[in-house]
Design a protein around this ligand. Structure first.
Ligand code: FUL
Length: 474
């Protein structure tokens, strides 16, 4: 479903009619776009940047993507299952959290639910005594990944599914089990697939989640669940739109709800299938996906699928390792450092003018949690970084400090590439939103200075990061 359909009115509309828009929004809802703030747990989640989503179950043993709920529990028998091996593979790929599909659409539960026998307890795995959600959770805790769960609303096995109210009891009971047995959950996925025509009591599920897991971020498509904390990007191909606002507006109802882009490591396959190595995405494709998700201020969630041994296939683990190494090779070496002079001021201030930025390290440190805040009334602003020596780079990374909301709506980036004339600027990138992160890649240049021109902001400008990197240095 196209993302745009959820942005009503679109941010473009709002900006075009700038003088009237805030009044309009206020009249409708008492909310103001620029002031709509995140919850701390949403910001903490956004900082995780990359996660994985694990699909594993009877489908794995049956060469299927969507089980119909008739598979006998006896098919579930992974002889070498090792959740730590999955977690280490995910971690090597740069993931900081793992979402476990506890129950997919086939209804088979990977934990011993008290509310059904259609689960690991009826399978030969670990003699019917296993709890795979627990094993995944423990492995995550051991290796420093946050843990979340996916519990499919659509259930093709459970007889109660035919009766909305009865199924609400069933689903809510299962949600309570998952929310109370596995420690703190960073995210809870409510997937909308297959649910057309079914009425769920989302208020009830949300009450359960908020009661037992007040810090968990609820993921859902905006059309499926209005008040989630995280929204689906609208495709499974690994890209977010270039203009990416964290606040969405649905008919006057504003909410901070960042985008999560889920895409499988093997093209179009969430579950493992035999002889399917050719669908494994290349390193180049993953790098592109990273730029089009994380590099556009969205969360990237890679779908990983353990095989019928219960292990992450070696080819997939290797690809993840390559991807993680690429990210740390490219982004582990920020080029702007202590010898960079940072100045800020009204647009067009001459070289040497403007104000020296007091805490420039905050803005140069791409992982900083601190901010540079311009005077609150300024809606356009230049920030100039003068390098101690000419630098070669092919990408610029920008971050906005989002604690008070997202405001930057238009900017460009210039570089001074002519050492003989250091104040002659050449535009190298431009964009609309920055949000949690924005990465622009261009043919490598050598430059002596960089200028970020914020041309339009719908509220006070708050920068968190400005950095350059050389992607060809690895
Ligand atoms: C979709 C599901 O139908 C797929 O099987 C998978 O779980 C994906 C993450 O979400 O809606």
């Amino acid at each position: 479903m196209p993302l745009r359909s959820h942005l009503l009115p679109s941010r473009r509309t709002l900006l075009r009619s700038a003088p009237f828009a805030p009044v309009f929004a206020t009249a409708l809802s008492g909310q103001n776009f620029a002031d709509t703030k995140p919850k701390p747990q949403q910001l903490a989640w956004q900082d995780l940047e990359i996660g994985v989503l694990i699909h594993f179950g009877p489908n794995t043993f049956q060469d299927r993507e969507w089980g119909d709920g008739t598979a006998a529990p006896s098919v579930f028998d992974p002889k070498q299952l090792d959740a730590e091996q999955w977690v280490l593979a995910a971690k090597a790929g740069g993931a900081r959290y793992l979402v476990m599909v506890a129950k997919h659409h086939d209804g088979f539960c990977l934990w011993p639910s008290r509310h059904t026998d259609y689960s690991v307890k009826s399978s030969p795995w670990r003699g019917g005594k296993g709890d795979l959600v627990k094993e995944a959770e423990q492995a995550c805790r051991k290796h420093g990944l946050k843990f979340g769960i996916y519990l499919s609303p659509w259930d093709r096995h459970e007889p109660a599914y035919k009766d909305d109210a009865k199924y609400d009891d069933y689903y809510d009971n299962q949600m309570r089990e998952l929310c109370t047995r596995y420690g703190e959950l960073v995210e809870i996925w409510l997937d909308g697939a297959g649910s057309e025509g079914h009425r769920y009591d989302f208020d009830r599920y949300a009450r359960t989640i908020r009661t037992y897991q007040p810090n968990a971020n609820i993921f859902a498509d905006t059309g499926f669940l209005q008040y989630g904390d995280v929204r689906w990007v609208g495709n499974e191909d690994g890209y977010a739109s270039e203009e990416n606002w964290n606040v969405i507006d649905r008919l006057g109802y504003l909410r901070y709800r960042p985008v999560e882009a889920d895409t499988p490591l093997r093209k179009r396959h969430w579950f493992w299938h035999p002889n399917d190595e050719k669908s494994l995405k290349s390193l180049g494709e993953l790098a592109e996906t990273h730029l089009k998700t994380v590099g556009r201020g969205a969360q990237l969630v890679l779908g990983l699928a353990p095989d019928d041994r219960g292990l992450m296939p070696e080819s997939d683990a290797l690809r993840l390792k390559e991807f993680g190494a690429l990210l740390s090779d490219v982004y582990g070496k920020p080029l702007l450092g202590a010898n960079t002079i940072l100045r800020s001021g009204q647009p067009g201030f001459p070289a040497g003018g403007g104000q020296l930025m007091k805490d420039s390290s905050a803005v140069l440190d791409a992982d900083s949690t601190r901010q540079f805040a311009a005077p609150a009334s300024e809606r356009s602003l230049d920030v100039i970084a003068q390098f101690g020596e000419p630098l070669r780079f092919d990408r610029v990374l920008l971050r906005e400090w989002l604690g008070e909301g997202q405001t930057i709506a238009a900017y460009s980036v210039d570089a001074a590439t002519d050492a003989a004339s250091p104040s002659a600027w050449r535009e190298i990138a431009r964009g609309t939103t920055i949000g949690s992160k924005r990465i622009h890649v261009f043919p490598a240049i050598r430059a002596t200075a960089l200028r970020l021109r914020i041309q339009n902001s719908i509220g006070p400008v708050r920068l968190r990061g400005l950095q350059v990197y050389d992607g060809n240095s690895r």
